[in-house]
Design a protein around this ligand. Sequence first.
Ligand code: CDT
Length: 355
Amino acid sequence: MPRTLKVAAAQLGANHLNTKRADVLARMTALLRSAAELGAQLVVFPETAFTTFFPRYRLDAVPGSDAYFDDGDTLLTSPNTRPLFDEAKTLGLDVYLGFAERSTGAGGSSSGDYNTCVYYSASRGEIIAKFRKIHLPGTLQPFEDPDAINQLEKLWFKPGDLGFEAFRVPGLVSSAKKENGKTEAGEDPLDARGDPIMGMMICNDRRWAESWRCYGLQGVEVVLCGYNTTAWAPDLCGIRKPQTYEESEIESLFQHRLVMTGNSYMNSCFSVSAGKAGVEDEKFSLIAGSMITSPDGYVLAEAKTKGDEIVFAEIDLDDCLPGKEMMFNFARHRMIHQYGRITSQTGVVEPPLLS
Ligand code: CDT
């Protein structure tokens, strides 16, 4: 029995410092309806979907920033977020939502401000997984150059502390809930793979092979990722040669495509990535390029605009099997005794010069 799934990336156009929550919610619920019309079962929204990408500003440059944060434990009941989940429930859609989390710690996870995403299961009517961004990019202090574009996430957020935990998603494919492909008497093993295995990351996490491999090692079938990627930030990207704005945007999109396709291939999984795109606050350009990629490393669908747009594909999770069983059969081929540096060393240690 094929394990097919209809997935959508809900790309959002720009938000601004003065964008009202009600307006963003109206755009997001409209995108949910468009996705549902295409038959989608799962919709992925961008990182910090409700607001402009405010970590580009100094703390004191965003008066009223408290309103940009939501409590991760009350998303289904708070008037600031509930309309999205009510609509998803009505339409029977699962949702990945990226938002700025202000946690009191009441729900069991540690307190503080995090760059977070959650997975809402429509069949359960509840949030079944939460991920807090682990690789916070940029600098702790703003650049001295007043014209430089900053990325101050290390100032605004604590690094994620929930690890890269894959999870099973109920209610999406017809095969029964099962673990580890355990077959019952007379059952075809291909019918016993159970509910889809998913993993979540946020923006910069996608550039790190370690994020993907942590999920690959849990048999991930679909990686979900929201992002806000600047199209123009020469101070942050470490480019060697001067670039025009156009060259910078092309390169940024190229690198986004590279990490989504390459890591999907190397971990034999699909990916769905959704960006916030366009020009925020009249000055800050974000790439578009929301996409769905395959375990063979192909782009199956990609955004055509820099605004609100649904990117849709029907995927067959069994397309993950050839890679997982052959080329990237981890159990058969990984040589972990040679990989010690990956977890014992953080920065680069160069070999000594030959005398
Ligand atoms: N939001 C986010 O993580 N953005 C980073 C930009 C890094 S610095 C230009 C990204 O990886 O796209």
